[in-house]
Each structure stands twice: as C-alpha cells, then as structure tokens.
Design a protein around this ligand. Structure first.
Ligand code: 4AD
Ligand code: MG
Length: 431
C-alpha cells in the first residue's frame, strides 16, 4: 500500500510511490499519454498516465474521467519544475470515488447570479479559494493581534433585546412572548466587559436588514469590535491604524500566492503603514462640495462621497467628528463643538470606502439617557447599559471593522459578496 500524502507535502516524497486524494480540475490526452490536474485543497498536482504503463482497465478509467470527479491516484512522485506546483505524479493506479456528471461551472465567463446560485460549487474555483484563504488569514491575524496585546475575547449574544445601532435595519425574531433582534453589533456588551477586563474584543456575525443592493452591503456580515477602557478618541484611531496595518502586512506576508492568483497589485497594500491621514468631518464636506458633491454639513457621507474622499489618498484615511445627528446614540459629545461627536470612520483607498466605524462612548448618564430618548429607542431595554454609567463610569472607546469589506479591499474585489463563503443579501438565502 502506498502512503497517503497531501499535495502540499509531495516534496518530501520524491522518488516514492504515494496516493493523493482529490478532485479532477482538468484533463487532456495526447495519443497514448493522458494528463490530469488534481486538486486536494492543499495544492494542485499534475498526474500523467502512459497507456503502456498501466492496465487497459486503468487506462479506460483515466480516459473516462470528468471535471470534478473525486479520485484516488497512486503513483511515483517526480520533481518537475515545469509542472504546476513543481511535482508530477506518474500514475500506476486510479480509483474513481465519485463521478461528476456535467459539472455546471466551466472555465469560461459565467454571470454572477449563475455562480451565486451555485455557490456551493463555485467555492472550488481557484479565485474563490484564493479570496477565502485571504479571509482565513485575516481572521487569524485579528485574533493574533489582540491576543498579543492581552485583550480578552468576549463572545457577545446574537439574540438581543436592545437595539445596537438603528431601528431601521433590524431583523426581528419571535422570542417566546417577547420580541428579540438579531445583533447589529456586539458593542454594547463589550462595553460592559471593558469594565471587567479593561481591553476586550468580540468577533462574530452581525445582522442588518439592508434593503439596498450595493456592492458593500450584506445582511449577515462579520465584525470585529475591540473596546478599551480609558482610551479616548485619539487613542482609538491609533489602535485602528496599527490594527489595519498589521492585518494587511500579514496578508502580504502569508498570502502572496493567493494575491497573485487574484492578480492583485500589491504595491498599493505595501503603502499601508501608520500614521494614516486624519480629516475633520467639516473639512471633508468642504472638499466634497468643491468637487461637486451635494452633501450638506450635518449629513452622513454616502458611498459616493466616501469613494471621492478615499481616492484622494494613497492609504486609508480617517474622517472624524461627524455631526451627532448623523450617527448612533452612544457616541460621546465633542466638548469643543457639541454639534459633533468624538467618532471616526476609516475609509480604505482605491474606492473601497468605510471599513471601520469607531467612537469614544458617551460616559455621562444624563447625556446618554437624553440621546436614547431623542432617538426614541425603547428605554426599558437599556437599563443595564445605563448601569455602566451609574456604577463607576469611565472613558472608553472602541470600533468595529467589517471583515468582508476589509477582505474585499485586500483582494481587490469590487463586490463583497465573494469574500464570505455563503453570502446573505436582499433576495439571496440560497444556497
Ligand atoms: O459603522 P458601523 O455600523 O459600526 C458599528 O456597528 C459599531 N457598533 C462598531 C463599534 O464601534 N464597535 O459598522 C462597522 C463596520 C463598517 O465600517 C463596515 O465595515 C461594516 O461594519 N458594515 C458592513 N459590512 C457589510 N455589510 C453591511 N451591511 C455592513 N454594515 C456595516
Ligand atoms: Mg458606520
């Protein structure tokens, strides 16, 4: 019996016979020689069969292989610089495990709806695998960044009673005799944990009933949300730029091949080093108006405005201190200009737009209660949140980074739907 090997470790088996297990990506024949490319998740390897080297039964099986059939291939490993992956397998035996009949995704252009309907198969395609490997690396980098800095990870609830961001994009769930919502954010809960542990973060799925079909919105997306006791808004922005630079550096360091598969120009990513430029909201509005935007002071920036601002910089840019009326209820009033709050959005370059929303939190009981009332939020659901201002209130700040937008930016993908294994959007719940 030949030893079973993963494609990634074939270099250790040169001159030996091994069995690899995987799926057939492509196959072709030249007379009495056949070639297949097999993918096993760890890599791809070219396998060669000579008609004279195998029994007629094996030769016929080889000839009948189809795209995405699953197989066991046994043969001799040879070094071959011209082969994809650097090694080649000279096949002696072939076992067909599962036949694949009329695989729908062909090496040609398909419409995106066609592909999204077949997302469960589309995942096998090389560019999709590259994007999801970058996502995996970014997720690991997120945990490593906070673990190395002694943050405690707090898992926040997905079923919640309090509205985290805004009443307009809530998914409501029947919760026995009560109404519950799918979490829009874990923030309110990490604020509570910050008084227990100082530095904390949560990282999980969040939900927004976004009725808009844009390239930046999913109804289910992943967000990482650190929260730090005693940090003010300036500390918060410094943490954000270190964090984003670290994530990008990790992707550059460990996902070179994936970024190459995606034909990503990495020079733009190499420039992502702190400090990032900081632009006061009022200055951003002036700049936008000069360039023809119809934005008025007091409004949040729309997607087109964000693109316009971010295109003026070669690295991510902070826009800070937005008008309070345009932002969520929990942000701290700016003592220097009470019309504004101590917050920031981080806009990624190359037209990507907002990847982070952050703020110092309102730590004054009366002002926070007034904001909850102003926004007509159900006061009774916020008793526990107000308690944090009643029992030893403290300055604190945090932010939320959207995983899919960040991965889309790093991968140079225009639409975030490819950056999550099974996207949820308006009109899409399948597969
Ligand atoms: O700006 P947002 O709404 O901020 C919060 O939720 C805060 N509670 C975060 C905090 O301070 N702890 O969302 C933060 C980020 C956005 O910048 C964006 O990257 C992402 O979450 N995001 C979305 N990503 C995909 N689809 C959507 N519908 C998104 N909405 C927000
Ligand atoms: Mg935001």
């Amino acid at each position: 019996m030949a030893v079973i090997a993963e494609v990634r470790e074939l270099g250790r088996h040169v001159g030996e016979e091994v069995t690899v297990r995987g799926w057939i990506q492509t196959m072709r024949s030249h007379g009495r020689i056949g070639f297949v490319v097999l993918r096993d998740g760890s890599g791809i390897v070219q396998a060669v069969v000579g008609q004279k080297d195998v029994s007629p039964r094996i030769w016929d099986r080889f000839q009948a292989l189809t795209q995405e059939s699953s197989v066991l291939l046994t043969g001799l490993v040879r070094e071959d610089a011209r082969a994809p992956g650097g090694y080649e397998l000279t096949v002696r035996d072939l076992v067909l495990v599962g036949r694949s009949e009329d695989y729908p995704i062909q090496p040609k252009e398909h419409g995106v709806d066609f592909l999204l309907d077949r997302r469960h198969l589309w995942l096998r395609s090389s560019q999709q695998r590259a994007v999801l490997r970058v996502r995996n690396e970014v997720e690991q980098a997120i945990h490593d960044f906070f673990y190395a800095r002694d943050f405690v990870r707090i898992d926040t609830p997905i079923l919640t009673g309090a509205i985290g961001e805004a009443a307009t994009t809530l998914f409501e769930v029947d919760y026995f005799e009560q109404k519950a919502y799918l979490a829009q954010t874990g923030q309110l809960y990490v604020e509570a944990a910050a008084a227990a542990f100082g530095k904390v973060y949560c990282f999980g799925p969040t939900f927004r009933a976004e009725k808009s079909k844009t390239r930046r919105h999913l109804t289910e997306f992943w967000m990482v949300e650190p929260e730090v006791a005693w940090n003010d808004s300036a500390d918060n922005m410094r943490l954000q730029e270190q964090f984003v630079a670290y994530i990008v550096e990790r992707a550059l360091e460990r996902c070179r091949n994936d970024l190459a598969v995606l034909e990503r120009d990495t020079t733009a990513l190499e420039r992502v080093t702190p400090p990032f430029p900081r632009l006061d909201y009022s200055d951003a509005v002036k700049m936008l108006q000069e360039r023809g935007s119809e934005v008025e002071w007091g409004e949040d920036l729309g997607g087109a405005d964000e693109t316009m601002v971010s295109e003026s910089y070669d690295r991510p840019v902070f826009v800070y201190n937005y008008p309070g009326a345009a932002k969520a209820f929990y942000m701290k009033e700016n003592p220097a200009d009470p019309r504004t709050v101590l917050c920031d959005d981080l806009l990624a370059p190359e037209g990507v737009g907002e990847i982070i929303g952050g703020s110092q939190r309102e730590d004054d009981y009366d002002r926070l209660l007034a904001r909850i009332r102003e926004e007509k939020l159900p006061e009774e659901a916020y008793g526990w949140y107000l308690d944090l201002r009643r029992y030893g209130t403290f300055p604190h700040a945090g932010f939320g980074l959207g995983l899919e937008r960040t991965v889309a930016w790093i991968c140079g993908r225009a639409h975030i739907r490819e950056t999550i294994p099974f996207p949820r959007m308006l009109y899409r719940l399948y597969p």
